[in-house]
Design a protein around this ligand. Structure first.
Ligand SMILES: NC(=O)c1ccc[n+]([C@@H]2O[C@H](COP(=O)([O-])OP(=O)(O)OC[C@H]3O[C@@H](n4cnc5c(N)ncnc54)[C@H](OP(=O)(O)O)[C@@H]3O)[C@@H](O)[C@H]2O)c1
Length: 257
C-alpha cells in the first residue's frame, strides 16, 4: 500500500532494493534520488568519489569494466542490500576519439566501450538475476542511447555497444518473463550532464547532417530527472505488464518508427 511522505511523494517502492551503476552524477544521480524519494533502499556505484552519491544512498566504488569489478560490486550489493529487486544499468559512455573515422578507433577504446556499455550489464545480470528469479520478481533497466541509429563514425564503438545492449535486453526479457522478472531498455536523448556535455562537443563535429546538434522537437534539452521519471515508471508496479521494450526519452529527436 502506498503511504505519503513529506505531504507529496508516494512511497511506492518502499521495501524494494535497488542497485544503480554510475549513480554518482548526471542521469544516475537523478535515478538514485528518485528511487530514494519513492522509498527504495539504494546502492549507487561509480569508480571515484569525486561526486558524492545522493544523501541517503549507500555508495561503493567499483570499476565495472572488468569481471573482477562486477564481481566485487555484486558481492557488495548482496552484502549491503541482501538482494537486488531493481537493477539500473546506467554507467556508460565512450572516450572521444580523434578523427571522425569508424576505421581508426583504437582497439583499446573498442574494448573499453564494449566492457562498460555492454559487458558490464551482462556480467552483473549473470550474478544478480538468479536471486530475482528465485523470488519470482525483479525489474532491470538498461540505459542505452536514443542516438544509436544515425551513423556517427567517431562513435561507432559506442553506438555498436548500445545497439548490442538493446538486442541483448530483448533476448533477456524473453528468457526471464516466465519467472516474473521484467527487462526493458531506455534511450536518453541529449541530456544535460557532465558526461553528456563532454560527448556532445565531439559528437557535434562528427555528426553533420544527422540533426543531432539541433534542439530536440519538444524545444529543449533533457534534464536528468526527465530520464529518471521514465526509469521510475519502468521499475515500478505501474509497468508490471511491460517487458522487452525500448523507450526513447529524447524530446522527439530520434524517431525509431
Ligand atoms: N547525457 C546524455 O546526453 C546521454 C545521451 C544518451 C545516452 N546517455 C547514457 O546515459 C547514461 C548516463 O549518462 P550521463 O550523461 O549521466 O553520464 P556521466 O555524467 O558521464 O556519468 C557517468 C556515471 O557513470 C560512472 N562510471 C563511468 N565509468 C564507470 C566505470 N567504468 N565503472 C563504474 N562507474 C562508471 C561515472 O562515475 P566515475 O567517472 O567516477 O566512474 C558516473 O557516475 C550512460 O549510459 C550514457 O551512455 C546519456
Amino acid at each position: 500500500m502506498n503511504t505519503i511522505q513529506n505531504g507529496s511523494a508516494t512511497q511506492e517502492l518502499a521495501g524494494k532494493r535497488a542497485l544503480v551503476t554510475g549513480g554518482s552524477r548526471g542521469i544516475g544521480a537523478a535515478i538514485v534520488r528518485q528511487l530514494l524519494e519513492a522509498g527504495a533502499e539504494v546502492l549507487a556505484t561509480a569508480r571515484s568519489t569525486t561526486y558524492a552519491a545522493p544523501d541517503g544512498a549507500a555508495f561503493v566504488t567499483a570499476d565495472i569494466r572488468t569481471e573482477a569489478g562486477t564481481e566485487a560490486l555484486a558481492e557488495a550489493a548482496l552484502e549491503t542490500l541482501g538482494g537486488v529487486d531493481m537493477l539500473v544499468h546506467n554507467a556508460g559512455g565512450a572516450r572521444a576519439n580523434e578523427g571522425a573515422s569508424a576505421m581508426t578507433i583504437p582497439a583499446e577504446d573498442w574494448q573499453d566501450t564494449l566492457d562498460l556499455n555492454l559487458l558490464a550489464p551482462v556480467r552483473l545480470n549473470a550474478l544478480l538475476v538468479p536471486g530475482m528469479r528465485e523470488r519470482g520478481s525483479g525489474a532491470i533497466v538498461h540505459i542505452s542511447s536514443a542516438a544509436v541509429l544515425p551513423p556517427v563514425p567517431a562513435f561507432a564503438h559506442y553506438q555498436a555497444a548500445k545497439a548490442g545492449l538493446e538486442t541483448y535486453s530483448r533476448a533477456l526479457a524473453a528468457e526471464l518473463a516466465p519467472s516474473g522478472v521484467r527487462v526493458n531498455a531506455l534511450g536518453p536523448g541529449r541530456t544535460a550532464t557532465p558526461g553528456g556535455e563532454e560527448t556532445r562537443k565531439r559528437w557535434a563535429s562528427d555528426d553533420e547532417g544527422s540533426g543531432a546538434v539541433n534542439t530536440p522537437p519538444l524545444g529543449r534539452d533533457g534534464r536528468p530527472d526527465d530520464i529518471a521519471d521514465a526509469v521510475l515508471f519502468l521499475v515500478s508496479d505501474r509497468a508490471s505488464w511491460i517487458t522487452g521494450t525500448y523507450f526513447s526519452v529524447d524530446g522527439g529527436e530520434y524517431p525509431r518508427n
